[in-house]
Design a protein around this ligand. Sequence first.
Ligand code: BGC
Length: 750
Amino acid sequence: MTQKELEQLLGDMTLPEKIGQMTQLMGNFYEDDSSSVLTGPAGDLNISKEQLTYAGSVLSGYGAGELIRMQDAYLKSQPHRIPMLFMRDIIHGMKTIFPIPLAQGASFDPELTEKCAEATAKEAAVSGLHVTFAPMTDLVRDARWGRVMESTGEDPYLNSRMTEAAVRGFQGKDVKEPYRIAACLKHFAGYGAATAGRDYNAVEMGEHTLREYYLPSFQAGIDTGAKLVMTAFHTIDGVPCSVNRHLMKEILRDEMGFEGVLISDFGALGETVTHGYCADGTDAARKSLEAGVDIDMMSSVYPGSLRYLVKEEPEYMEMIDACVMRILQLKNALGLFENPYKDADPEEEKKIILCPSHRELARKASSASFVLLKNDGLLPLSEGKDGKKIAFIGPYVYSRQLNSSWAFTGDSRDCVSLKEAAEEIFPGEQTVYLQGCPMLGAEAAFLSGFGEEAKGALLTVTEEEKRNMLQNAVLAAKQADIVVLALGEHFLQSGEATSRAMIEIPEIQMEMFREIRRVNNRIVVILFNGRPLDLREISREAGAILEVWLPGTEGGHAVVDVLTGRVNPSGRLPMSFPYCVGQVPVFYNELRTGRPKIPGQSERFQSKYLDIPNEPLYPFGFGLSYTEFQISPVELSSQSMTPGGSIEARVTVKNIGHTEGTETLQMYLGDLSASVARPVKELKGFRKVTLSPGESREEEFQISEETLRFVRADGRFVSEPGTFRIWIGNSSQTENCAEFELRMNCRELC
Ligand code: BGC
């Protein structure tokens, strides 16, 4: 449709039709859909038959047949035949589940993420979906917050590149094209900074911090053309985001240039009353409109109160029209007026879902996300040719629950377990497989409200069975040359509403670890988890640690690929692993403080802890390989730069080991003095370099005046003259640096 036609359509619509477009309900409001999963309190919305008929978008539900039927029935009841939008959380895969977003962050490979998002969009589109509530682009620093698994980590630069990649992958160049779906950036804004890491909790954050760290990834997504943005649940400095006019109108729309559809989070408009900010539904409707929220997801604020609001205050009609126009434009951009089913096709669904090429991609993306945290020479394992006996022990040996709590549409029965994959490679007579202990002990009780999915975790094992499991595992470990221990969080221990105050591996698994360690010290730990954990004991006692996150459908194969060295690990941590929970939030790009801790100096009045180091156990950007790389000192093309110019920073990377491998070069910048204190260092570039043994390559990063910009106290994004430091290395703790000056004349300074 042309814009003129859309305007005519809007002019023709009745108020109930308009309010319908601004209302989103769950699929199971239309039929009994037991596969729908409510992600929050649905409440009693008091939706009338008429409101149900007009609601313009649906959350949850999938499957071409079902959604085609729903669309047909819907269109018949629509006076203007405006099609319905089908939206769902397709976060890291539809049926082929790719590694969780935090793991994708660890790959430092935006191109790979783009491919995963593209394959996800394809499976979702043929299943009838039009919009995914992804990517979650919130910056995360607090491992207690369960939703860190949905983010790509603690760094604004990495998050921005990953967000762009995901949006490109979902939407392509034109979302109308076949196999594309619209992306929704969430949650605007600052959701990752929930006080004390407790989900939905208030956020207290200065605007400088918000703009400097939390908004860049949203800006990157908007600039890449993301069609939707979702509001966040929390209050920021006392005002709920969902009705926060300053945040949504002045920052998101006016400053950041977002022109698409703004949707509330699940029930969030109604919760503004619970927050104690809006007096009632009408007040919430007024404030949401003023903030420019176009769609109310699953609350009764818009369907219940908008008509009363405009009756009393007709001037709000103009705002309603603006919201409806944006929604019509989105439907138009997806081509739904011409083809309301878009790509929904039961035949294509059969061919595309879980097709070999998607499985292959999932396997590659998983292994690329694994981070080798420690290796005392135990890895890679030989494939049995050396005659060594391997005992695979732990709850993740058999488990197929390798997806996450955000893979609603995935099915763990499609996953390949570690045992299944290992059996394809290792000779049967040299290997044993044992569970050793249940996944959870006392922690299982905390999952009691988690519905059907938690059943596996809650299965009770008698004390005697537990003893037997452990005894058998210890015996097998004693007889083995090497033990591969597959440990970790239950997949329901991370995700929404899963904050944890103790970020440890479940105690029952640690008890097993200790027993096994007593009889065999050649232990390789494979860690499955959705968040950084406290790994002090494991890192001290295990011979090797491979972080594999929640790796998705092809997880088992990918783990075996890396264990055997068929794939050399190249992932790098996208989030610091704290020394212990008392250090959280801990992140590499912190400010210096006036009394920084100087290594090697023991001064009393320094910014430090008495009992633990300042540094995390494993820092951002860290990860080992089966080979070793040497990075030469940083060389600069010049010691000074002026606006309009640039400096090239060069290093030579050499593979000095015995096997091919990939180094992730990371370029960090530090501004030594500015009108706002600047972080110790900040990531400004990265590159993956694959080299054969003995091979070396010169790599160059370009720095321009734009690279040096930051948010000043007055909110402007500019650079200031002075001395800068540039580091190029293989983690945020690199010391390999050089210095240069940015020079400006008076005119440039103003
Ligand atoms: C989550 C969102 C999600 C929505 C719909 C909410 O509980 O915060 O991220 O998109 O549910 O499922």
